[in-house]
Design a protein around this ligand. Sequence first.
Ligand SMILES: C[S@@+](CC[C@H](N)C(=O)[O-])C[C@H]1O[C@@H](n2cnc3c(N)ncnc32)[C@H](O)[C@@H]1O
Length: 269
Amino acid sequence: MQVQTKERSVEAVRGYWNAHTLGKQYVLNAGIVFGSAEFFDHVRPWMNPFKFPWIMDRIDREAVGLNGKHLLEIGCGLGYDSFEFLKRGVKVTSTDLTPEAIELTRRHFDVEGVQAESVHVENVLDLTFEDNAFDGVWANGVLHHTGDTQQAIREIRRVLKPGGRAIISHFYRKPSWMHLLSRLGRENIEYKDEDPPVTDFYTEAEVLSMFDGFVVEETANEHYRALPIARSGLKASLYNMAFKPAYNLVPELAAKRLAYKFSVTAVKQ
Ligand SMILES: C[S@@+](CC[C@H](N)C(=O)[O-])C[C@H]1O[C@@H](n2cnc3c(N)ncnc32)[C@H](O)[C@@H]1O
């Protein structure tokens, strides 16, 4: 399952993401101050719920059942997903492994004038919450970067109430075009400066086998259109100029089979 030879420790993961909070890489204008209202407006279009319509649809659907209930977000980054749930009347606890993400999420909520139940550092591999604490857990683009996806799902199950929902958008899937690209040479593909220390890919069967003690309610293959990536270098140029336009000509049904994102919504038994 491991595709990197880099160090996979929690410290390495924390160090990387603390320096590369997802979203910061889109701010190329030095005049935009990190954490300002202008910063959050600028970054918003690149964030998952705005870039991928199925994420906003999932938030819309899940927020109906979670209205007035307690949702834990794991790996909140800049807090955009948490904010969408807060706007829809869900009580949200926003957490991330890195102090930088937590600081920026707090500023984000201040700028928007919303109040979460709590915004603080948590490691999903060893959560500080009591058993059966939450009605839902949301993790978007996180678990495959932790170094121990199975342990993350065990912890999510532990803190969910019976009947609580684990809404995981998404795992990285193999076989997929992204999985193949990740194995080509040493050059980075998705991130601008440096790839994360851990990015694990799983078959659908491997993902589903990790949901012991859950009933899986929904699965989906997503991200079946390739978006341009904002970096330079041979691999990225080939990707932007050759792979992306060619791949986007593949008919939708076939392209979905090659999608690299695999999402799961599962209910704790
Ligand atoms: C790709 S970013 C996604 C951020 C956010 N969910 C979004 O979609 O914008 C991955 C996030 O996972 C967090 N993360 C990585 N390992 C974690 C862990 N063990 N516990 C909690 N968060 C973790 C990182 O700090 C980072 O903010």
